[in-house]
Design a protein around this ligand. Structure first.
Ligand SMILES: *Cc1c(COP(=O)(O)O)cnc(C)c1O
Length: 331
């Protein structure tokens, strides 16, 4: 499989007793929030494979999609510019005609001069068709466009997390991660990371016994389907891949809506930051680690993949401030 070297790897393994106390088990954190600089997070691991494929196809432009504060769209735009490709982003927002705050991920998209097309949540449902239309539009102008699906979540993108588990196996062999990890926890937004991790554990079963994927939107049935599809695609691309490890999807910690966290979840994010300096965000990692802290059958030793998302947090100041004001009143 063709792969570009875009990430700073191996990412560190991090452990803090105050975090153990908050989550309620021995917790190791795989710092994939440190895979890069501004392009950091989980998406750049997928982009090592997706962008290699784009270049192999002679692409001159890359099209992808996501929410207004999409970490995936931002990582794709930054990496595209690094590789000399033009980024085109379809971003979902309630009112495309309104001025959008130039903060967080959108600020970075604009900074690299991405061609940003704002669309409504209704239009977003037909994102695959819209990206195909955009692709035809660019081709008519003489570009060679390459379409990356939402979240970079297809069979090819998932190899980024097969590789991450191979990296973990080496770190475990070197003594940077203890053996007997009961559970590998990860946030789940479009399913590619969970699919890759499960496939990686299928190949490297000594790393952890099972995967817990914490949905931040949709529900268990939706992700069972989506992940099975990605796994099937990946195994068709690489026939040496064994079946995936046991994967459980938890959808009871996703909060009120995608991008909207409960008061408890926001307070958890604040509490973790104050206790040990680890910065989560309320859309993905905050919900996932909150979920792990609330599991009924707590593992004794867990590994959490910190998938990044810092720019999204930096666009969420108002929401966070309201949460820590409430926390102070309650204290
Ligand atoms: C996209 C994203 C996820 C979810 O990964 P998927 O592969 O889309 O399920 C988790 N955390 C952060 C910070 C993300 O940006």
């Amino acid at each position: 499989m063709k792969r570009l070297a875009l990430c700073h790897t191996p990412t560190p393994l991090w452990h803090h007793p105050a975090l153990d106390a908050l989550v309620g088990c021995e917790l190791w954190v795989k710092r994939d929030d440190m895979t890069s600089g501004a392009a950091a997070g989980n998406k750049i691991r997928k982009l090592e494979y997706l962008m290699a494929d784009a270049l192999a196809h002679g692409a001159t432009a890359v099209i992808t999609c996501g929410g207004l504060q999409s970490n995936h769209a931002r990582a794709t735009a930054l990496v595209a510019r690094e590789l000399g490709l033009s980024p085109v982003l379809l971003l979902r927002t309630k009112d495309p005609s309104a001025a959008q705050p130039l903060t967080g991920n959108l600020l970075l998209d604009r900074l690299v001069g991405a061609d940003v097309r704002l669309i409504t949540p209704d239009q977003y449902r037909a994102r695959a068709e819209l990206m195909a239309e955009l692709s035809a539009e660019l081709a008519a102008r003489g570009e060679v466009p390459y379409v990356i699906p939402e979240g970079g979540s297809n069979g090819l993108g998932s190899f980024g997390y097969v590789a991450a588990v191979e990296e973990l196996m080496e770190q475990q062999a070197a003594g940077d991660l203890p053996p007997d990890v009961d559970l590998l926890a990860v946030a789940c937004g479009s399913g590619g990371t969970a699919a890759g991790v499960a496939l990686g554990l299928g190949r490297c079963p000594s790393v952890a016994r099972r995967v817990a994927a914490f949905a931040v939107c949709d529900d268990r049935a939706y992700f069972e389907d989506a992940i099975a599809g990605i796994v099937q695609e990946a195994r068709a691309l690489d026939e040496t891949l064994p079946p995936p490890a046991l994967l459980e999807i938890y959808d009871e910690f996703k909060g009120p809506a995608y991008g909207v966290a409960s008061a408890e979840q926001l307070e958890f994010v604040s509490r973790v930051a104050r206790a040990c300096g680890l910065v989560l965000e309320p859309t993905y990692t905050g919900k996932a680690l909150f979920g792990l802290s609330r599991l009924r059958d707590k593992p004794s030793r867990a590994l959490f993949v910190h998938t990044g998302g810092l720019p999204g947090l930096l666009a969420d100041g108002e929401v966070m401030a309201a949460a820590w004001a409430r926390a102070a009143v309650g204290a």
